[in-house]
Design a binder for this molecule. Structure first.
Ligand code: HPA
Length: 282
């Protein structure tokens, strides 16, 4: 077994040696959403490849860069691209960047992703605030020896930890209010995570709807589980890049997932830019 804490500490030390600024807000950008990183001012951009022990994304549309700097004067660490379990990475590797963000000083985390829409009320391109998740990936991000040194706040870092408000109701409400102020409705929904990389069958999607899921994707839950282990507050945002299998009588293509991400980029960027100072102040 690798010593994830020692490796994450080495990665954080390297990042600190490259960027003087201490981020308090972390942002993980999902498929097609990477351009948000251009919002960062006084940016230091570090390739994942240069950071000790950092896993490399193998997926088209995930560029693999960590951007540190400020947005509206708030210290941010933005991950342009993430790694997924379906690429063959272990849970330790998938959660490694989230552990490093916390060691850098991040206490609030915005996780974003591309997701399939199960709830027929969502249209393609809808942005949805994740209210809760169902982890159907068959594994758990906090698997292995417990490492209490990852605690970011007193009382965190326990072997067993609460997931009953994994997605902060406060941060979610703030995002919903801001979207309304910008003239559109930010829906809430339950995200079900599968391992992938195959998209789901229509029968699976029918089953997931029965289970109470509104969105389906292949990421996010692992990051959120370790974030909660450490005591970070989380806001989760999904972009519905396609309706899930069988909702419409159409096949699903990764190109479409990327294209929709790019198309809603303006709306997504406006929302994030407006809520970042509010999140920092919440
Ligand atoms: N299923 C799973 N993951 C996804 C999908 C989907 O339909 N769209 C984008 N990510």
């Amino acid at each position: 077994m690798t010593d994830q804490y020692a490796q994450a500490t080495a990665a954080a030390e390297y990042i600190r040696s490259r960027a003087a600024l201490a981020p308090t807000l972390g942002i993980i950008l999902g498929s097609g959403l990477g351009n948000f990183a251009s919002m960062v001012e006084q940016a230091t951009t570090i390739s994942y490849a240069d950071i000790p022990h950092f896993p490399q994304s193998t997926v088209q549309g995930h560029s693999g860069k960590l951007v540190l700097g400020t947005i509206a004067g708030i210290g941010v660490a933005v991950m342009q691209g993430r790694v997924h379990a379906y690429e063959g990475y272990s849970m330790e590797q998938v959660t490694f960047p989230t552990r490093v963000l916390s060691l850098l000083g991040v206490r609030r985390l915005i996780v974003t992703n591309a997701a399939g829409g199960i709830n027929p009320r969502y249209g393609q391109g809808a942005i949805v605030a994740i209210s809760d998740h169902i982890n159907l990936t068959g594994t758990n991000a906090a698997l292995g020896l417990n490492e209490p040194r990852f605690a970011a706040i007193p009382g965190a870092g326990q072997r067993f930890f609460d997931m009953s408000a994994a997605y902060s109701p406060t941060l979610r409400k703030l995002a919903i209010t801001e979207a309304a102020r910008q003239g559109w409705m930010l829906n809430e929904g339950v995200y079900i995570a599968v391992l992938g990389p195959s998209y789901e069958t229509p029968a699976e999607i029918r089953a997931f709807r029965t289970l109470g899921a509104d969105l389906v994707g292949m990421s996010t839950v692992h990051e959120v589980i370790v974030a909660r282990h450490m005591g970070l507050e989380v806001l989760g945002l999904s972009v519905v890049t396609n309706m899930a299998a069988g909702v419409l009588d159409e096949p699903i293509h990764h190109e479409e997932v990327m294209e929709i991400g790019r198309r809603i980029e303006g709306q997504f960027t406006r929302l994030l830019a407006a809520i970042i100072p509010q999140i920092a102040a919440a």
